[in-house]
Ligand binder design. Structure first.
Ligand SMILES: [Fe+2]
Length: 132
């Protein structure tokens, strides 16, 4: 059983965001498998994929916020930027030093759990009341 499985608690109700979040979960699951297999090359490749997907997904989500005139856009964008910086830092450390991969996995999952259930749901709540 994976540490992360898509479930209704992640749903924002904005299908573009939910579909991308599902892909994000599937990448985390593949990362988990590669870590369990101690396949360092695959771990590195999947983390690069995760970083690039996060970058794409954040831009996509930010464009939805702009389109919907979401008032906390700047704040939310800063949270995205901070995660990208943290992920890039961790990848850099992985290349040159020891990093605990289980902790890295837990960090990514905790971030996804917190961010989608709190910050991303604020976007969908705003959009829902806007078109009520
Ligand atoms: Fe977000």
């Amino acid at each position: 059983m994976s540490l992360i499985v898509w479930n209704s608690s992640y749903e924002t109700g904005i299908s573009e965001i939910d579909n991308e979040h599902k892909v994000f979960v599937s990448i985390i699951q593949r990362l988990e498998t590669a870590i369990a297999a101690q396949d360092k090359v695959q771990v590195m490749n999947i983390i690069e994929e995760l970083l690039k997907y996060a970058d794409f997904h954040f831009t996509s989500e930010e464009n939805i916020m702009i389109r919907e005139e979401y008032p906390d856009y700047q704040w939310h964008k800063r949270i995205h930027e901070r995660l990208l910086i943290e992920l890039r830092d961790k990848i850099h450390i992985m290349k040159y030093e020891f990093i605990d991969l289980d902790l890295l996995l837990k960090f990514v999952i905790a971030w996804f759990n917190g961010h989608t259930r709190e910050e991303d749901k604020k976007i969908s709540a705003y959009v829902a009341q806007k078109y009520r």
